[in-house]
Write a protein that binds this ligand. Sequence first.
Ligand SMILES: CC(=O)N[C@H]1[C@@H](OP(=O)(O)OP(=O)(O)OC[C@H]2O[C@@H](n3ccc(=O)[nH]c3=O)[C@H](O)[C@@H]2O)O[C@H](CO)[C@@H](O)[C@@H]1O[C@H](C)C(=O)N[C@@H](C)C(=O)N[C@H](CCC(=O)O)C(=O)O
Ligand SMILES: Nc1ncnc2c1ncn2[C@@H]1O[C@H](COP(=O)(O)OP(=O)(O)OP(=O)(O)O)[C@@H](O)[C@H]1O
Ligand SMILES: N[C@H](CCC[C@H](N)C(=O)O)C(=O)O
Ligand SMILES: [Mg+2]
Length: 431
Amino acid sequence: MKIELPNQAYKYVTENSKECDGETAFILTTQNEKYLQNAKDNSAHSIIKVDAVADLFQIDKIKIIGITGTNGKTTTASAIYSFLLDLGYKCAMQGTRGLFMNDEVVEGKTLTTPSVLNTYKHIYQAVEAGCEFFIMEVSSHAIVQKRVEGLNFELKILTNITQDHLDYHKTLEDYIYVKNSFFADEGKKLINKDEPRAKFNFKNAYTYGIENPSTYRLMAYSLNDASSGLIQYFQEIVPFTASLHGFFNLYNLMAAIGAVHLVTGKKLEEIADVVDNFAGVSGRMEQVCAAPNVIVDFAHTPDGMQQVLNALKEKELLVVFGAGGDRDGLKRPMMGRVAASLAKKVYLTSDNPRHEDPELIIEDILSGIDDRSIVTVELNRKKAIEMALDAQEEDEVVVILGKGDESHQIIYDEKFPFDDRDIVRELLNLK
Ligand SMILES: CC(=O)N[C@H]1[C@@H](OP(=O)(O)OP(=O)(O)OC[C@H]2O[C@@H](n3ccc(=O)[nH]c3=O)[C@H](O)[C@@H]2O)O[C@H](CO)[C@@H](O)[C@@H]1O[C@H](C)C(=O)N[C@@H](C)C(=O)N[C@H](CCC(=O)O)C(=O)O
Ligand SMILES: Nc1ncnc2c1ncn2[C@@H]1O[C@H](COP(=O)(O)OP(=O)(O)OP(=O)(O)O)[C@@H](O)[C@H]1O
Ligand SMILES: N[C@H](CCC[C@H](N)C(=O)O)C(=O)O
Ligand SMILES: [Mg+2]
């Protein structure tokens, strides 16, 4: 992607050597330094280190909040975004669902953490729009590949560390190390105190938690129709109510409340007052239909599935899911085990098989399930959903996991329109 910059000796900058030419400068990053020679061969106008363009993108003119963790990044980011907007701040949010600014969608989905220059461009757009805060999700891939190079974070947040992405990180230890490496500096950080795998630099560290003493501690909570709780912050005890469901979402809310308190210095009561306005995130614990009860959620890790199914376990659950191709294969049997332990019936199907054989992905999931009598295998996701809906009895819940608000099924490199929510509405004649 070429970006036009006014009043410079060059016309454009790019981080891709292939786009370089006489009027386009090559922005050298840790990620692309291996292509330096290629940039020169393509007669790049000049070679500029990324830190030398930071000022042009005004990246220090905004407070950047970075969120990492296996699950809950998008939800926590969205809660912070919602609270800040409600408190009257202008802000932007970049993550899995795209780029959002002052309550508008600016760009659709790409990566959870885009490339360095892409993020710089987004920050520039946010600064130009008068935003005071830039909230961004930071994936483990981005940490390894230094896609956050040059950014000074006002606050870094850790949600949790469980298992995902072992296709990329190879061992769980490597993955844990990478997540924790984001918190090795002395900058301000907000850490989940109940996450035993968290390791961080204690300087400027704040914590939140439910089970362990922490800076922001949830003293009491209730999870009936929605959720409510009492947060303790030193001598202060402040109540809040929220429309989100599930114990795990209490962690996302605590992280977001603590974060907004730390970056704005507003009174905790004032922040607690706006919590209820946050309606949650599209495709996460989204009830597509109340009767019959059908829920779509983005759980695509063993822990995510466990949290969501636990939150719904008062009812009998019919669970439809698969696992992504070209992604962590080791999480698949674990996902199978979790589903089989919490569901009445399991429907195994396809979830973005990409370049893998969907049947083999399902074999991997099945290897974690002892009692296969509760399992139905149907590769066609629409048919699998239909089978679950057909089998559903009163008071049972159909839970469709893994794709959330995704709009496509990815098979090889092709994207086929597919939205779990639309499929449910179509099958139930709701539209
Ligand atoms: C496995 C992986 O993460 N790959 C990412 C990685 O690709 P790569 O290492 O092959 O990079 P590359 O092609 O060598 O390019 C590196 C740099 O060199 C430049 N380049 C490249 C070629 C060239 O000839 N000249 C040149 O200058 C590129 O512009 C880039 O700046 O760097 C690219 C640029 O930043 C990413 O687009 C690409 O993401 C791919 C598409 C991807 O699918 N990534 C997924 C797995 C991912 O990153 N997911 C995470 C986590 C999701 C989550 O849990 O939320 C995410 O952040 O989305
Ligand atoms: N704090 C949490 N702990 C465990 N599981 C969670 C938590 N928050 C959300 N989840 C589960 O993870 C799913 C994804 O949530 P969310 O999109 O917020 O996470 P994410 O970290 O942004 O994921 P991704 O890395 O794919 O972008 C949810 O649909 C839910 O099933
Ligand atoms: N950010 C996650 C999303 C996974 C969603 C699931 N539907 C899949 O395709 O595996 C990833 O890229 O691993
Ligand atoms: Mg996300």
